[in-house]
Design a binder for this molecule. Structure first.
Ligand SMILES: [Fe+2]
Ligand SMILES: [Fe+2]
Length: 140
């Protein structure tokens, strides 16, 4: 079935919910994570939080431009008492985002929404950097 603008807006709103939840999750994890060995990644997580907010802002603007209604719902947030578990939760979120944005870029191009596709490519590149930072911290 071919993608429609309505369906794309629905999917972008799901992406937007998950950008909001990613920002909150990073704020939480960077606040509760302890230990000198984690100092560098804690700083990175705080940067990620701001970048997820920037992604949310781009998606909300794009949804509005496409005559959709940007959601104010927030997706699921995961946390833990264990540093490693939190980093794994963050990595799972990034890997999910990478999967979703690759599909979303193709769908935008199918609809000839090339400016949206370009914005999504920039977001995708940042999610890949986030995943790399987390893998580095996890030693994987
Ligand atoms: Fe993001
Ligand atoms: Fe991210």
């Amino acid at each position: 079935m071919a993608i429609t603008i309505e369906k794309l807006n629905e999917l972008l709103n799901h992406d937007l919910e998950l950008e909001y939840s990613a920002a909150i999750q990073y704020i939480n994890h960077s606040a509760v994570m302890k230990g000198a060995a984690y100092g560098d990644i804690i700083k990175e997580l705080k940067i990620h939080a701001n970048e997820e907010i920037a992604h949310a802002m781009i998606l909300a603007d794009q949804i509005d431009f496409l005559n959709g209604e940007p959601t104010v719902n927030v997706g699921d947030i995961k946390t833990s008492k264990e540093n490693e578990t939190m980093l794994k939760q963050d990595l799972e979120g990034e890997e999910d985002a990478i999967r979703r944005y690759k599909i979303r870029i193709e769908q935008s191009e199918d609809l000839k929404e090339f400016a949206l596709a370009q914005q999504l490519r920039n977001i995708l590149a940042m999610e890949q950097e986030h995943a790399m930072d987390l893998k580095q911290a996890l030693g994987i």
